[in-house]
Design a binder for this molecule. Structure first.
Ligand code: ADP
Ligand code: ASP
Ligand code: MG
Length: 427
């Protein structure tokens, strides 16, 4: 990133504002017209506006499906060439809608900006963003419409930033150009205590710390992509998550403060995107798990939960269970099986019908018994826990996928999240 976000203290008189609109918000021509109106309104208020757009809703899935019709494991470079087109379409359509409403706008693709990334197709990380094209556009009074999700690597190849990556484009652009805020417009009016589409009693959180948002995002709350929260935290970009359907204030994602620490459990998240692999009966000796996970790391597969069952008795054999992204399962299988064979394992089994449910809260650092309470709530619903992982501010349980919604609602209400924070501190 070339410049740091200015923050509110040294914000210039004419604010530079980044507004990002997700798939549903640009899901039809009618919706894109409404986005154009909103951007023009912000500009009329005296601001310089940079808009980041996602592909129209459903479009990226359609594009990925087309590629998979050609090949079960499509070529990664070509896959990104296809996937990036969704954002190209919505950027041009939005620029045209702004022009049709009498405004001035210019679309910019990742390589035009230029958003330089590493070469990890489908999960590229942004290295630098040049501000010059964006500045020259907004300085001419035009709205800069930047295609989200896409970048370009050192070889000039098109890359994409992972699902939900337009959030990351938005926050990274905001950091690079020193925008005073990054507004994430979406189909819900903020960050909720859990997914409002799953739990009717979910409550909008007016303010949440970067740390909690980072955990919620990495545990499946797709309202913000993880990487976008990491960048916001690193560069101190204030992020406002809000509805593209109303003017209601949403949720500010900001730095931590004392009042946020009082909340033991701030939110519940779920993730159905992982699969479980069991490597059965490997030798119980030093170096075994190193060999297995090195193989996966070399293939760029991110492993999440890991359990190694201690050897019972004198068998000197252990089972290693781990979770990995479902999208990486197919390409990982041959490598897992090859290492398993090398390690003398009795076999490998896979499950795709698993889900991870998690609770997150800064207050967990100073309160005991939170995990036990979570296990009891799940037990009361007769939900079996297949694996557990914890960190300072979260507890995650792997369960059967069919119980996800039940578990989320039970945990949400079990921890009193439907009530204002004062009551929710009673873990
Ligand atoms: P966009 O297309 O605007 O990027 P996403 O579908 O990626 O929108 O993210 C918004 C969705 O995130 C919501 O519709 C909601 O179902 C889901 N979501 C999951 N957890 C939460 C949460 N804690 N708060 C708000 N939304 C959440
Ligand atoms: N269009 C991409 C996706 O569906 C990126 C985004 O919407 O943020 O994942
Ligand atoms: Mg999204």
């Amino acid at each position: 990133m070339t410049r740091r976000a200015g923050g509110s203290n040294d914000a210039p008189k004419v604010a530079l504002i980044v507004q990002k609109f997700g798939g549903t918000s640009v899901g039809s021509i009618e919706r894109i017209r409404a986005v154009a109106e909103r951007c023009l309104r912000t500009q009329r208020e005296g601001h310089k506006v940079v808009v980041i757009v996602s592909a129209m809703s459903g479009e990226t899935n359609k594009l990925l499906k087309l590629a998979h019709e050609v090949s079960p494991v499509p070529d990664a470079r070509e896959m990104d060439v296809i996937a990036a087109t969704g954002e190209q379409v919505s950027a041009a359509l939005l620029a045209m809608c702004i022009q049709a409403q009498g405004g001035s706008a210019r679309s910019l693709l990742g390589h035009q900006v230029k958003i330089l990334t590493d070469g990890a197709f489908a999960k590229a990380r942004i290295k630098t963003i040049e501000g010059s094209k964006i500045f020259s556009t907004v300085d001419k009074g035009q709205i800069a419409v930047v295609a989200g999700f896409q970048g370009v690597d050192d070889n000039g190849d098109i890359t994409t930033l992972g699902r939900g990556g337009s959030d990351t484009t938005a926050v990274a652009v905001a950091a690079a150009i020193g925008a005073s805020a990054c507004e994430i417009f979406t189909d819900v009016d903020g960050v909720y205590t859990t997914d409002p589409n799953v739990c009717p009693s979910a409550r909008k959180i007016p303010r949440i710390s970067y740390e909690e948002m980072l955990e919620l995002a990495s545990l499946g709350a797709k309202v913000l992509q993880i990487r976008s929260v990491e960048i916001a935290m690193k560069y101190g970009v204030p992020v406002h998550v809000r509805s593209s359907f109303s003017d209601a204030p949403g949720t500010w994602v900001t730095g931590e403060d004392k009042s946020l620490e009082d909340v033991v459990v701030a939110g519940v998240a779920y993730d159905k995107s992982e699969a479980r692999a069991h490597v059965i009966g490997v030798e119980d000796k030093p170096g075994v798990v190193a060999e297995l996970f090195e193989e996966l790391a070399n293939r760029n597969v991110s492993v999440d939960m890991i359990i190694q069952n201690a050897t019972a008795g004198a068998s000197e054999r252990a089972d290693v269970t781990f979770t990995l992204p479902r999208t990486d399962l197919l390409r990982s299988k041959p490598h897992v099986e090859e290492v398993a064979k090398r390690l003398g394992a009795a076999g490998v089994r896979y499950d795709e019908d698993v889900a991870k449910v998690s609770i997150v809260g800064l207050g967990m650092r100073s309160h005991a018994g939170v995990a036990a309470k979570m296990f009891r709530i799940l037990a009361k619903e007769s939900i079996n826990i297949q694996a557990i992982s914890t960190s300072e501010i979260k507890v995650s349980c792997l369960i059967h996928e069919k119980y996800t919604e039940l578990a989320v609602r039970a945990l949400h209400d079990g921890f009193g999240l439907e009530k204002e924070p004062k009551d929710a501190t009673k873990a």
